[in-house]
Design a protein around this ligand. Structure first.
Ligand SMILES: Cc1cc2nc3c(=O)[nH]c(=O)nc-3n(C[C@H](O)[C@H](O)[C@H](O)COP(=O)(O)OP(=O)(O)OC[C@H]3O[C@@H](n4cnc5c(N)ncnc54)[C@H](O)[C@@H]3O)c2cc1C
Length: 250
């Protein structure tokens, strides 16, 4: 049993996602055939076409781009939240087919911040739950899947899991609006920002304005607003800092 940390990989995405989406956007309003459009759409045009359809709310166009992530070292508490997003596809490690004996677990930063003694106490509690789990496996006959499926009822939300998740770009934009927001719980928020960073590298135009709602306009949280809109905007802007800035007037 050990403490574990979040790990996110962008396994696959639509080849040239910005180009595919820009082509879809342009095709709706052009007489030219696909080959001609492909030749005509330069990188600069891609940005304009994508920004145009998004500004008009013509968001079905960005559904053409999909992104598949491998996520591990996250808690079952996070799993309960991310699976609420219905326009996503999930494959999650089973607690029936896979024994959770010696399970890894996630320690909330606020508990870790209490210091070594609190951390050790949390680890001890996980050991105790691990012992309960094994006790139930034994009492249920150590019968693999049949004992795991009931022994797991004593497992904690901290128990780590892994999954493969696929979302299209439209769902990702929605997910980032909700889950990059300071109102979202810390673990899914950290995951959302890392997914956004990876998406931004793969498709800078589609995700140019992605992030919490306040990045694009007023905060959607009303009285519950964190008031940190400027910080959020700077954070999103910094995600694009890998590119050379354009120098004008020289
Ligand atoms: C800060 C925060 C706190 C939360 N607290 C709670 C809580 O206390 N309790 C709780 O139960 N949940 C809670 N949630 C989860 C929340 O209610 C949503 O279930 C979750 O965020 C998924 O959002 P969604 O339904 O918009 O997205 P998705 O399921 O990803 O769907 C995307 C969009 O598709 C459309 N759509 C999808 N399915 C349908 C449908 N059947 N009919 C019509 N349109 C559809 C909607 O426009 C939807 O916004 C919380 C979420 C956040 C961000």
């Amino acid at each position: 049993m050990a403490e574990t940390r979040q790990k996110v990989l962008l396994l696959r995405h639509t080849y040239n996602p910005d180009e595919v989406v820009a082509l879809g956007a342009r095709l709706c309003y052009a007489q030219a055939d696909v080959e001609t459009l492909r030749e005509r759409i330069s990188r600069k045009d891609q940005a304009a076409f994508i920004a145009g359809v998004m500004a008009r709310g013509h968001l079905s166009v960005i559904e053409h781009a999909t992104f598949t992530f491998a996520i591990e070292g996250v808690s079952r508490a996070l799993l309960a939240q991310i699976t609420r997003h219905r326009i996503a596809s999930f494959s999650v490690q089973s607690q029936r087919y896979v024994s959770m004996k010696g399970f890894d677990y996630v320690v909330p930063p606020a508990i870790a911040a209490l210091g070594g003694e609190a951390r050790a106490r949390f680890a001890q509690q996980m050991e105790t739950i691990g012992a309960w789990y094994e006790e139930w496996q034994r009492l249920l006959g150590d019968a693999g899947e049949r004992s795991n499926e009931d022994a797991r009822f004593v497992l904690p939300n901290a128990c780590a899991t892994r999954m493969v998740v696929t979302m299209n770009a439209r769902e990702l934009l929605h997910f980032f609006s909700l889950r990059c927001c300071q109102r979202a719980q810390w673990e899914i928020r950290a995951l959302a920002w890392e997914m956004l960073r990876l998406c931004r590298q793969a498709a800078p135009e589609i995700f140019a304005q992605a992030g919490p709602a306040c990045v694009r306009g007023a905060c959607a949280e009303g009285k519950a607003s964190c008031g940190r809109m400027e910080e959020m905007r700077r954070r999103v802007a910094a995600l694009g800092n890998t590119e050379e800035p354009e120098v004008e007037g020289e």
